[in-house]
Design a protein around this ligand. Sequence first.
Ligand SMILES: Cc1cc2nc3c(=O)[nH]c(=O)nc-3n(C[C@H](O)[C@H](O)[C@H](O)COP(=O)(O)OP(=O)(O)OC[C@H]3O[C@@H](n4cnc5c(N)ncnc54)[C@H](O)[C@@H]3O)c2cc1C
Length: 157
Amino acid sequence: MTKDRCDVLVIGAGAAGLAAAIEARTLRANVVLIEKNDAPGGTTGWSIGSFTATQTPHQISAGIKDSTDAHFDDMRRFAGKDADRDNPGLRRLFVENLSDTLRWLMSMGVEFFGPMPEPPHTKPRMHNVLSAGHEGAERRRPLRPKSTLRAAAERNH
Ligand SMILES: Cc1cc2nc3c(=O)[nH]c(=O)nc-3n(C[C@H](O)[C@H](O)[C@H](O)COP(=O)(O)OP(=O)(O)OC[C@H]3O[C@@H](n4cnc5c(N)ncnc54)[C@H](O)[C@@H]3O)c2cc1C
């Protein structure tokens, strides 16, 4: 990689950009990730860290029988009278990729607790990031984008 060349240029170091950069690097691409702010994080850094998903290790170990179809149907309840304005194709893509995404985050060292009830969802599906400030989490290291990228790169090279 020269100063002005790379295989993959990722613009923005929030969750989407960091995930794209990690995946591209895992595929051995030379990746440049640029961020307009002083530090990575973006809106992702503000988020509470709740992650609603079905068929996760947490749901399975709690004995919760759930499905992506049920999740797909329940999402209408949030939209109310605007439900028909939703994009069902995108909603389907969303619900069907959540479990793998949560597992991928866990493989990066993100720890979740739950699932918690989240009405109008009909099953407990809300997983929450276990932050460094959470009770019992003193021994846990907060996840930082730089260390995430480094760990992913080291694991694959
Ligand atoms: C208070 C709050 C709480 C939330 N809680 C949750 C939650 O619990 N669960 C949940 O699922 N969602 C939550 N969300 C929503 C969630 O945070 C966003 O949907 C998600 O972070 C978006 O990720 P992103 O990577 O698309 O964008 P971002 O995380 O915003 O990343 C985009 C990055 O691109 C950078 N950028 C933009 N333009 C340029 C440019 N021209 N050049 C270089 N860099 C650029 C930005 O500075 C930013 O760092 C919450 C949002 C807020 C505000």
